[in-house]
Design a protein around this ligand. Sequence first.
Ligand SMILES: N#[N+]C[C@@H]1[C@@H](O)[C@H](O)[C@@H](O)[C@@H]2O[C@H]12
Length: 451
Amino acid sequence: MPTSQSPFVFPEGFLWGAATAAHQIEGSPLADGAGPSIWTRFAHTPGMTVNGDTGDVACDHYHRWKSDVALMKSLGLKAYRFSVSWSRILPEGTGRVNQAGVDFYSRLVDELLANDIEPLLTLYHWDLPAALDDRGGWLNRDIADWFAEYGSVLYRALDGRVKKWVTLNEPWVVTDGGYLHGALAPGHKSKYETPIATHNLMRAHGAAVKAYREIGKHEIGLVVNIEPKYPASDSPEDAAAVKRAHAYMNEQYLDAALLGRYPPELKNEIFGDAWPEWADADYALIKQKLDFIGINYYTRSVTQANDSYPLKAGAVRQPLGTYTETGWEVFPQGLIDLLVWSKDRYGNVPTYITENGAAFFDPPVAEGGRIRDPLRMDYLQKHLKAIRSAIDQGCDIRGYMVWSLLDNLEWSLGYSKRFGIVHVNYGTQERTPKDSAKYYSRVIATHGESL
Ligand SMILES: N#[N+]C[C@@H]1[C@@H](O)[C@H](O)[C@@H](O)[C@@H]2O[C@H]12
């Protein structure tokens, strides 16, 4: 540990890493016995993604995994958060195990460990096996058992080498994008399906944690996206809009997982008769002890009342704000505010910032072997300082995973948005660490002192 008294030195053992997701980087979605996922189908459906972009090649990580681990090592990463493609492991979603799929991730984990990089494994990062979607997917209550079965295959194969497991990544995006607004796979638009998908996701989370406790010996948690909401005015209408938006996006999933209940606004103010009465046994399944939570933070929302369906709330662009290529305001104070809120509401559960980063315009190819990305460097610096401040306010923050290691497939936005600290030339698959990667390496090497 550095001896200086820099105010930004992070606690001993703070876990510095980067994050990706299977469908966004791997490519070869059907290789070696894998089955299709809902994203294989969705992206191949005309009009669903920018430029018709698909995950057929992506960053070709499925073949370049060894050199990508070497790249992580060269950057000095201490951890790597990745997700497993469910349909590589169970091509039909349940039953027959595809050993080639298990072997791929087993080799990846061994290579990470050989390079002193701790794996953080996410079971579900949005790529549901298409075969399960054909059986109702997240609308079928049986999916809790299907998910626990899938998790158990991986627990038995990898636990011990993988010591930090995540059940779900951002269940809010899965339901809001995939079942309410239709912007993400499987592309449904139903106020009635959304609560059912939400509830089954959380039941599946609980079932997977319960299964882990019977098989695993290490840690498991849940990753949620949190976007703090601030009123656009001091009107009672905007205050009510903030309350609805905060309950819907920020409280819903952690309340279910940690408190065993949903915020009342979901039924009383948002979904109404579309929100079923759930059985007590469901809440008991959902509320399992967690070893940590992961929070993905990107931006805040200055929120006003509007006539949007069904939330009746929406974001207001800030005239003096700085915005990323995805239209998100750069607002590091929001990270402090949400971490203190989480500490106070849920009792300071050990927390990892499991995603934080930004898309800014980067040139498509390196100029003279260099990719300058000062805006991303500034974003990272501001948010890492915010985390340090939250730690000083008593928040138990255990690590940070920058989103993302590589430029990758930004879901429906295709390859049009670049979040990586490492540039990917999609024509040649050449990786080029951006200036932000070199900056992050220095931050890691000095435990934050060089922030
Ligand atoms: N958009 N965006 C960037 C990033 C997305 O690429 C991740 O897959 C999600 O977990 C989360 O939404 C954040």
